[in-house]
Design a protein around this ligand. Structure first.
Ligand code: SAH
Length: 279
């Protein structure tokens, strides 16, 4: 009888946008399971504190703009740890597969014969916009969402902001831009080639954390507003008519209050009789 050894398992875990209670239960279990945690810098320390006291925690990566722990080094640490019998968790801000280099890490781990489990986290763009009470899609305002990086990396594909804006305008899309704060003058200029100057925009910094701040303006004032308000990274830039939605929805809700309450009363009665009948 031949026993094939099980390949080492590495978990890529999304730590969510910031607030510790936005973690998934699966992420919590993975963090508790880990004997070696490699942690990104935007991960809330309260989340790292969920690790076993025996676990080794290594902080990798520094804030954008500073020198980063080289990606190849992080990948070597993961491979070496897992080959040495450690239960390795790579803890990444937001979702591991949204601008988190998760794809590259999975590739490297698999090429070393490891198994990889990916545990999703709530991505910062989604949480940031929701924290304003604004949906990313809306039947009247946006048919879809585009998640973009605003950080033009050397050697990477440069974003054609004019083309993005035209698509957003023609197809009614909400734009959610990560890592864009430093490039805002260029992003604003490019987007104005395809979107109206008065398109609503919002910038949300430190979404879901106690220090969250945000500001809303129109596209032609985007870069100036960020300077004026002193907003900085980590921040999400949102562009699109869904931002109008909040004010409009409130107005409609007020106008329709009577009807709304009638419907609610009706639904409530139906529900109550169903659950009574079920007893
Ligand atoms: N994988 C992460 C994104 C990593 S890129 C995710 O899914 O959220 C890092 C960028 O994410 C930051 O530059 C910023 O644009 C955004 N970001 C991360 N955390 C944030 C937060 N709490 N508030 C606003 N933006 C955040």
């Amino acid at each position: 009888m031949s026993l094939t050894p099980t390949p080492p398992l590495v978990k890529l875990v999304g730590a969510g946008p910031g607030a510790a209670d936005l973690l998934t239960l699966r992420a919590v279990r993975a963090i508790e399971w880990a004997s070696l945690l490699l942690v990104d810098d935007l991960v809330n320390p309260d989340i790292v504190a969920l690790a076993s006291p025996q676990a080794r925690v290594i902080h990798v990566g520094k804030r954008g703009g500073c020198q980063q722990t080289p990606q190849a080094f992080i990948e070597r640490l993961m491979v070496r740890g897992a080959q040495g019998g450690e239960r390795v968790v790579r803890l990444k801000g937001g979702d591991p597969f949204i601008f988190g280099r998760g794809g590259e890490e999975v590739q490297t781990l698999r090429s070393h014969g490891m198994e990889v489990e990916v545990i999703n986290g709530i991505t910062a763009g989604l949480a940031g916009v929701s924290s304003l009470g604004v949906p990313l899609t809306h039947r009247q305002h946006a048919q879809g969402v585009v998640l973009l990086t605003g950080h033009a990396q050397a050697g990477a594909l440069a974003t054609n902001w004019g083309a993005v804006a035209q698509a957003a305008s023609q197809l009614h899309l909400t734009l959610v831009i990560y890592m864009g704060v430093r490039e805002l003058p260029a992003i604003e200029q490019g987007l104005r080639q395809g979107l109206a100057d008065d398109t609503p925009v919002a910038v949300i910094q430190n979404a879901t954390l106690p220090q969250q701040r945000h500001a809303v303006t129109v596209l032609s004032d985007l870069a100036a507003m960020v300077l004026r308000e002193g907003l900085s990274s980590p921040a999400i830039v949102v562009v699109g008519d869904v931002l109008k939605g909040l004010a409009q929805a409130q107005a409609v809700a007020c106008e329709n209050t009577g009807l709304f309450e009638e419907n609610l009363e009706h639904a409530w009665t139906l529900n109550a009789s169903t659950s009574l009948a079920a007893r």
